[in-house]
Ligand binder design. Structure first.
Ligand SMILES: [Zn+2]
Length: 125
């Protein structure tokens, strides 16, 4: 789902997209000529790799996200908000979702087997 930046409504509007096993839904609106706001939830399952054994496994997602989208380079300083810069004056929800999923994937995850092994080691001590 894509929308031209200048066509983003001033009134809060709903969006919903699906990507594989993930659903991204919420509201978006324009807050200035170069800035829009997205608030939503990411739900579903995500394939991640165990940081110990490399085994891939599923985690369930239930993330609430909130950020600003800037049409082009965002120059003002804003430490309170996450700001995503978009190119070509187009807000692409799939792109936003993919970058969110990439950052979720880059966190550390441990599979159940390694968790159990960890517990076992702790018991042994
Ligand atoms: Zn593991």
């Amino acid at each position: 789902m894509k929308i031209e930046f200048r066509k983003i409504p001033l009134n809060s509007s709903e969006f919903e997209i699906d990507s594989n096993s993930v659903k991204f839904l919420g509201t978006f609106c324009k807050i200035s000529s170069k800035l829009a706001k997205i608030e939503g939830d990411i739900k579903g399952t995500l394939d991640v790799d165990c940081c110990k054994c490399g085994q891939s496994f599923n985690i369930s997602l239930d993330e609430t996200i909130k950020f600003l989208v800037s049409d082009g380079v965002y120059s003002s300083e804003d430490e309170e908000n996450v700001v995503i810069e978009v190119e070509n004056h187009t807000l692409d929800f799939n792109e936003v979702l993919q970058s969110e999923l990439e950052s979720l994937k880059s966190e550390y995850y441990i599979c159940d087997t390694c968790k159990k092994n960890n517990d076992y080691v702790e018991i042994e001590y």
